[in-house]
Design a protein around this ligand. Structure first.
Ligand code: SF4
Length: 445
């Protein structure tokens, strides 16, 4: 049974030395009880206390690492059902399927297409993470050859998909330096697959047809000493699979049911490329640690990565850009000056529209704690006073020979007061960023 914060506190050194990053041992104990921190953060716990505390301090969903070095992919260690309760920490790994039966030239082509699945969105680089190589041939030589080919052509992490333990062992040995994920132990091969995973110290997927069987297999494989598991409850229709993923997460978090205390995996099943995007996005939202899909078109991948980026952004810390003056295009001292807030999505949307207008302009990103325009206005972070202060302090006055500022249409109500506060002439821009190009072009006429 889980220990309370006070139970845990009794076993800590009670010196309040703060080395764990918390002001007191009691504060640290409360965080352990809430499963928000690991016991290892306290360097002074005695061995006997460690043993007693082990089960209370273990995260409800284990952190599992695939790959190594800079490219390693960490999954799990989640603590909440809903992101607004705290945040989700380790984004879903997106894996693209590749079958070893493809001709060599086709493998090269597909790997090259997968390597390009990297995008920039709201100032962040987002990309697919893994290549899942499936042993569709059933032949060791062909599978190992395909794995070697992918290894040399891509730095993506790997999932090796084969249910024959001897074949997967040969491929895993060839790819061991990449620390691939092995897929999968099932009711027929669990013992042999666990031996391979244990011997090579690699993470292993456990795959079953229902949750009961999954729990049994998880127990069986961990009893053989495999510590890093990923759980797959099998291919099902979307509703049933989401139900499984939700049950696994709930049992791990709310009941501390250890056999389900690992990240999960889901494979898209739809042959329709649009439906596949919808399936993958739903799996990202609820609660897959890894999603494997077939489609590799950028128009399929970008929406899924966008969903992932949104879900795995800390809701209490909105993405922000640096609050400063940005120059878009070859600006001069007559260029228009626009002001917006420092919420990334707002800033980059404005920037993209200014770029597409081809009217060189300055954009002032005003510090508003990463809030969007209307939220910042409602919270009194984007007011006539704060904008006037920003105009005085941001350095824009040294760059231009006029004093005209374009404010977002949604805060048109600020214009009069802002003119009084700043002495600048205030122009009201469009409400929606999509209106910026025609607005800027109209200024030139
Ligand atoms: S490091 Fe350990 S002893 Fe020091 S305050 Fe934290 S819990 Fe207490």
């Amino acid at each position: 049974m889980a220990l309370s914060g006070l139970d845990i506190y009794k076993l800590l050194p009670k010196t309040n030395c703060k080395e764990c990053g918390f002001p007191t041992c009691l504060a640290f104990a409360m965080q352990i009880a809430a499963k928000k921190v690991e016991l290892a953060k306290c360097p002074h716990v005695s061995d006997s206390a460690k043993q007693s505390l082990e089960s209370a301090s273990r995260p409800p969903v284990k952190l599992v690492t695939i790959g190594s070095g800079e490219n390693k992919l960490e999954l799990g260690n989640e603590t909440v059902m809903f992101r607004h309760e705290e945040t989700f920490y380790h984004p879903t790994g997106l894996a693209l399927l590749l079958e070893d039966t493809l001709a060599a030239a086709e493998i090269d082509k597909r790997v090259a297409a997968i390597n390009k699945l990297r995008f920039e969105r709201v100032g962040q680089n987002i990309n697919a993470d893994l290549i899942a190589i499936s042993c569709a041939s059933g032949k060791k030589e062909i599978f190992v050859e395909a794995v070697k080919k992918v290894l040399s052509a891509s730095d993506f992490n790997l999932i090796l998909m084969c249910e024959d333990a001897a074949i997967i062992k040969a491929a895993a040995e060839a790819a061991k330096q990449r620390r691939p994920l092995l897929y999968a132990a099932n009711k027929d091969n669990a013992e042999d697959m666990a031996k391979v995973a244990k011997e090579l110290s690699l993470p292993l997927v456990v795959r079953a047809e229902d949750l009961e069987q999954l729990a049994e297999l998880s127990k069986k494989v961990t009893a053989q000493g495999v510590e890093d598991l990923i759980l797959d409850s099998g291919n099902k229709d979307l509703t049933d699979k989401i139900d499984d993923l939700t049950q696994i997460r709930r049992l791990a978090l709310k009941k501390t049911f250890r056999p389900f205390g690992y990240p999960t995996l889901a494979i898209t099943t739809s042959a329709d490329p649009y439906q596949e995007v919808m399936q993958a996005s739903a799996f990202v939202a609820k609660y897959a640690g890894i999603v494997i899909m077939k489609g590799v078109e950028p128009w399929q991948i970008l929406p899924i990565l966008t969903v992932r980026q949104n879900i795995y952004t800390d809701p209490q810390k909105p993405l922000q850009v640096e609050a400063k003056v940005y120059e878009v295009g070859a600006v001069n001292d007559k260029s228009p000056v626009m002001i917006t807030t420092n919420f990334s999505l707002t800033y980059y949307t404005v920037e993209a529209e200014v770029e597409s207008s081809r009217v060189p302009s300055y954009i002032i990103s005003a510090y508003c704690e990463g809030m969007s325009v209307l939220t910042a206005w409602a919270a009194e972070k984007f007011t006539a006073e704060t904008i006037a202060k920003t105009l005085n302090e941001c350095g824009i006055k040294d760059k231009i020979a006029h004093q005209e500022i374009i404010i977002p249409g949604y805060v048109a109500v600020l214009s009069g007061k802002l003119e009084e506060e700043s002495g600048w002439k205030v122009k009201v821009g469009p409400k929606e960023a999509s209106g910026i190009p025609s607005y800027l072009k109209s200024l030139k006429n």
